[in-house]
Each structure stands twice: as structure tokens, then as C-alpha cells.
Design a binder for this molecule. Structure first.
Ligand code: ADP
Ligand code: MG
Length: 324
């Protein structure tokens, strides 16, 4: 069985493209570009809590990198560097090699240098830390939403939740949809280019990891505003095509996390700029509601009636979660 240093040398040590000193010393040396703020985030993946212990290691590596890179997208930052602290029950070479390939492939796809980490024996646990850059005053935070702003969501949120339901045997998705939904679950694509494009346009933003309504409530709390969502504007088409059950599709869209789409607020007069970004990136961006000055979260139904929504996302200490 390979030792810790073998593992590091063989699987965790790669050339870098914009790093003064990467893996191999006590610490890495990075150079932030002039005029840039450093942006730092950590998102941990624990076996049995965030994924099943028998998850494909390549996909696990990909997802560990992707969910961290997504936090940079959510700040309108450019991801630049990443570390991976790793606890492994045993040093299974094939498994570690596949994990490293998945992690690296995702990093390469987003021009992120893998610059260090830690490797130790213990219950399976992956803890990346990502570092990015954003021009001063250009980060998009959660606390900037204002009365009258439009509320937007990128892509087709809810597909990952349907993929998980299929995996758990709760749903039988139609035709080729199962594959697309599982792909969204296993290989989320952080919306980095969109996040950067929204600098100076979005007033508030976050990435949806715990469910659209739950994550929206974070923006509402931090910005001290409310919101109304228009039922007829919800992008349900692919979800309905996949599962054929309106309630399931709506629940996946409003309550499912794991797609890592961007939820953002934009002043009404900048609508055209959002539509231009959508065309430029060939990425659907859906205007699903608007920000209110009174607190609370509402759903405007197709018949015009408004009902209050409970904005509860997933909380590790409140609900027991099935591993995903
Ligand atoms: P030390 O014990 O001196 O702090 P380590 O033995 O933990 O150093 O790590 C040696 C080098 O290998 C460091 O540069 C560290 O960043 C790197 N490293 C360790 N584990 C990983 C990993 N999982 N991914 C990338 N680099 C790693
Ligand atoms: Mg050291």
C-alpha cells in the first residue's frame, strides 16, 4: 500500500499555470493581481452526509472541486487556486487515482491551479478550499437586493433533485432524461463566466446548493427584503418532460439543491443586459419573480392568487438528509 508521500507525489502533484510555488513545500506562494481582492471559500464533502461511500471516485473528485468553484461564481469572482484536504480510510491506489483525475479535470476546465492540501488517514472526507480574485468593489454579495429588482435563475434547476430521486428508486424518469438528470447531479457545471458577466449588473447573488427557496431566503434576510415568485414563470419544461408529475417537478425546482445554478437579483432597467448575457453564453436565464420591500416570500399562482411560501432550505442540523 502506498504511503502518504507516495500518494502526494503520484496523484496530487501537477504543473501549475499561474502559481509562484505549488505542491511540495510547507505552503504555496500565490500572487494576487494588482487591483484584485482575494476571495476564499471552503466547502466540505463528508461520506454518508453529502455522498454515499460507494460513489464513483472520479465523479466525487469532480463534484468536490465544482461545488467549491461554484462559490467563486456566486461572488462574481474568478476562481484561481484550490487546495484539497483529504481523509481516507485506506490508500486504495485505483480509487485515489480516479478521485484525483476527477478533481483535476474540473480544475483544469476552469483554469484553477491545484496548489496543495493535506492527506491523512480517517473517515472519508474531502475538504477543498478555493481562492479567487475579483476587482475591488465588484464582488456580488447577498445583501444588495432592492425593492423592485427582478429575480433570476440560471439554467434548469431541479434536474439534479430528479436525478437523486431516480437514484433512490423514488422516481422512474422518462427515456433519456434519467441520464441528463444524473449528469446534473454528479457533474454540476459552476456558472463562472455568468457570475463574472453579472458584475455591475446583479445587485445580489448566490449559488443554489440547498434549494432555490431556502437559498433565496438567505438573500432576503441579508438584504432585509421579501420576494414574490410567479408560478407561470418557473422553468418547469424539462422537469415535466422528465417526470410527468407537476407537483414533483415544482418541488424539485423550488426545493432541490445540487444544481449549483446562480440565483440573482437585477434592477429592472438592466433586464436587457441579462438577456444579452443569456444570448452571449447560450445559457437560458429565467426571470422568475421580483423583490418586495415588505418581508416574506410569496407565490403568485397562475390564477392570480398569492400564497405565502415557507422558505426552508436544507439544514443539516434540522433535517436528516439522505446521502447524495
Ligand atoms: P507538511 O507535513 O510539511 O505540512 P505535508 O506532508 O502535509 O506537508 O504535504 C506536503 C506537500 O504536499 C505540501 O505542499 C502539501 O500542500 C501537499 N499535499 C498534501 N496533500 C495534498 C493533497 N491532497 N492535494 C494536494 N497537495 C497535497
Ligand atoms: Mg510543513
Amino acid at each position: 500500500m502506498p504511503g502518504e508521500f507516495d500518494l502526494i507525489r503520484r496523484f496530487f502533484h501537477y504543473p501549475t499555470s499561474h502559481t509562484d510555488l505549488g505542491v511540495g513545500d510547507d505552503a504555496a506562494l500565490l500572487r494576487a493581481r494588482p487591483g484584485m481582492q482575494l476571495v476564499v471559500s471552503t466547502d466540505m464533502l463528508v461520506a454518508g452526509t453529502h455522498f454515499l461511500p460507494d460513489t464513483d471516485p472520479f465523479l466525487l473528485g469532480w463534484k468536490a472541486a465544482a461545488v467549491n468553484i461554484s462559490d467563486m461564481a456566486a461572488m462574481a469572482a474568478e476562481p484561481r487556486w484550490i487546495t484539497l484536504a483529504l481523509a481516507l480510510p485506506h490508500a486504495d491506489e485505483e480509487w485515489v487515482s480516479a478521485l484525483a483525475r476527477g478533481f483535476r479535470e474540473c480544475c483544469e476546465g476552469y483554469c484553477v491551479d491545484w496548489i496543495g492540501g493535506d492527506t491523512t488517514r480517517g473517515p472519508l472526507n474531502l475538504c477543498p478550499t478555493v481562492f479567487g480574485e475579483v476587482p475591488f468593489e465588484s464582488a456580488v454579495r447577498r445583501d444588495g437586493a432592492r425593492h423592485g429588482d427582478d429575480l433570476w435563475i440560471s439554467g434548469w434547476p431541479g434536474m439534479a433533485a430528479l436525478g437523486l430521486a431516480q437514484l433512490q428508486g423514488q422516481l422512474q424518469l422518462v427515456g433519456g432524461w434519467a441520464e441528463s438528470c444524473l449528469d446534473r447531479l454528479h457533474r454540476p457545471l459552476p456558472r463562472v463566466a455568468l457570475g463574472i458577466g453579472l458584475r455591475g449588473i446583479a445587485s445580489a447573488m448566490l449559488d443554489v446548493s440547498d434549494g432555490l427557496l431556502g437559498d433565496l431566503s438567505h438573500i432576503l434576510e441579508r438584504s432585509q427584503v421579501g420576494a414574490i415568485i410567479e408560478e407561470t414563470a418557473l422553468p418547469l419544461e424539462p422537469l415535466l418532460a422528465a417526470c410527468k408529475i407537476t407537483e414533483r417537478a415544482t418541488a424539485a425546482l423550488l426545493g432541490g439543491g445540487d444544481d449549483y445554478e446562480l440565483l440573482f437579483c437585477v434592477p429592472r432597467e438592466k433586464r436587457g443586459q441579462v438577456e444579452a448575457l443569456s444570448r452571449h453564453f447560450e445559457l437560458p436565464l429565467h426571470r422568475i419573480g421580483r423583490i418586495l420591500d415588505k418581508s416574506g416570500l410569496w407565490l403568485q399562482r397562475g390564477d392570480g392568487v398569492c400564497e405565502a411560501l415557507a422558505a426552508r432550505g436544507f439544514d443539516h442540523f434540522v433535517a436528516a438528509k439522505t446521502p447524495d
